[in-house]
Design a protein. Structure first.
Length: 132
C-alpha cells in the first residue's frame, strides 16, 4: 500500500470513528426522550424519576466535559477516548438490562461520563492527526 492510500485509510478511520462516537453520544439523548412513555410504563415511575432518567446523562456530561479535556491532555487523547468509548458502551448495555428506575438513572450517569470523555478527546485526536 503506498503512502497516499494509507493516508486516506487513516483519515477515513479517524474521522469515521470520532464522528460516530459524537453521533451516538448525541443521539442517545433523543432516543431516551422518545422512550420516556415506555420507560414510565415498564418501571411504573413518577415524572420526577423520568426527569432524572433524562437529566442524569446531561448533568454528568456537562459537569465533566471540561475536566475530561484536561485529563485527555495529561493521559493522552487516544487513551481517554478509548476509555470513554468502553464506559459508554458498558453503560449502554447496563441501561438495556436495568432492573429499576434507580439502576437506569445510575447507568445513564455513567453514559454521560463516557460521553464527556469521548467528545473533547475526539476533537484532540482530530487536531493531532491532521495538523501536519
Amino acid at each position: 500500500m503506498n503512502n497516499g492510500q494509507s493516508s486516506n485509510l487513516s483519515f477515513g478511520y479517524i474521522v469515521g470513528t470520532t464522528s460516530l462516537a459524537f453521533v451516538v453520544s448525541q443521539l442517545d439523548v433523543s432516543i431516551v426522550n422518545i422512550a420516556l412513555p415506555s420507560i414510565a410504563k415498564a418501571f411504573s415511575v413518577k415524572i420526577s424519576s423520568l426527569q432524572w432518567i433524562a437529566d442524569a446523562y446531561t448533568v454528568a456530561f456537562a459537569a465533566l466535559m471540561l475536566s475530561a479535556g484536561g485529563m485527555s491532555d495529561r493521559l493522552g487523547s487516544k487513551r481517554v477516548f478509548q476509555m470513554g468509548l468502553v464506559l459508554f458502551g458498558l453503560a449502554s448495555a447496563g441501561c438495556g438490562l436495568a432492573w429499576s428506575a434507580g439502576g437506569l438513572i445510575g447507568f445513564r450517569a455513567l453514559q454521560g461520563i463516557g460521553a464527556a470523555t469521548m467528545i473533547p478527546s475526539s476533537l484532540s485526536i482530530l487536531n493531532q492527526a491532521f495538523s501536519r
